[in-house]
Design a protein around this ligand. Sequence first.
Ligand SMILES: NC(=O)c1ccc[n+]([C@@H]2O[C@H](COP(=O)([O-])OP(=O)(O)OC[C@H]3O[C@@H](n4cnc5c(N)ncnc54)[C@H](O)[C@@H]3O)[C@@H](O)[C@H]2O)c1
Length: 277
Amino acid sequence: MADQHFPTGTLMAGKRGLVMGVANKNSIAWAIARQLSSQGAELAFTYQGEALLRRVKPLAESIGSSILCECDVTNDETMDSTFSKLETEWGKIDFLVHAIAFAGKDQLAGSFIENTTREGFKSALDISAYSFVDAGRRAAEIMNDGGSMITLTYLGSERVIPNYNVMGVAKAALEASTRYMAADLGPRQIRVNAISAGPIKTLAAAGIGSGRHMFRFNKAASSLQDNTDPMGVAGAALYLLSDLGLSCTGETHHVDGGFHSVGMPQELALKESLGIS
Ligand SMILES: NC(=O)c1ccc[n+]([C@@H]2O[C@H](COP(=O)([O-])OP(=O)(O)OC[C@H]3O[C@@H](n4cnc5c(N)ncnc54)[C@H](O)[C@@H]3O)[C@@H](O)[C@H]2O)c1
């Protein structure tokens, strides 16, 4: 992705927004940030802790962004300081990108019913779903009417995906939250949508058991017979966050090569990909 060229233009000219969830150059949030910046947006970033600042700072600087806020979504003080810094620096914002999820590694393997603990469940739902409600409420307080918010979700919310387990439950809550937030903020013409991306090689994806098999299977079983390109996700984000997305809200938009729409994969492609004769 590093060498890919993001389409330039002025679709986001004059718009300012917060991107939450860049960990490194492979993060989906970074692809989205690059696309938004290429269309004229001014961006601020959060980073989860000192260790990630070393990675996020040079990325932010490479697109002319100097507003960096340390933010752990489980810590109200850092949420408060992030949004008050934005208000001090900019007054108003126009959009929010939420690309944050977490579940303990022990929760993301094997049997869902056996391995999901009360603490694991609470933490996955808190970090991966509630954080969008919390950030969305705080963002709305300083957002211009007509603004837009997006979050990132995955098909494991709708169907059983091996090892995705409690994260699938969290993503279902996240998608439902998106619809309720869209209804609450609709009277202000603020739109709230989710992008359901197919598997992409990132730090978060590495935490899920059977990752390699997942990429091979998705490639074979999707309509496009390819893995999901982060540029496609970034393009969808641009559509939803810019005025191109007018009238679209409460939606979960799939960017997964059509994988979600296939009932039964093409036999030949599947056999070739899985090495079965
Ligand atoms: N990679 C995929 O295959 C895929 C597919 C569909 C959806 N998604 C979703 O995309 C989003 C971004 O993930 P990614 O794949 O780019 O991985 P990533 O590891 O690059 O990003 C995950 C981000 O979540 C942040 N985070 C985790 N816990 C946090 C906390 N307590 N406070 C603040 N930040 C916290 C991390 O710092 C990191 O920046 C996630 O919601 C993920 O579920 C990923």
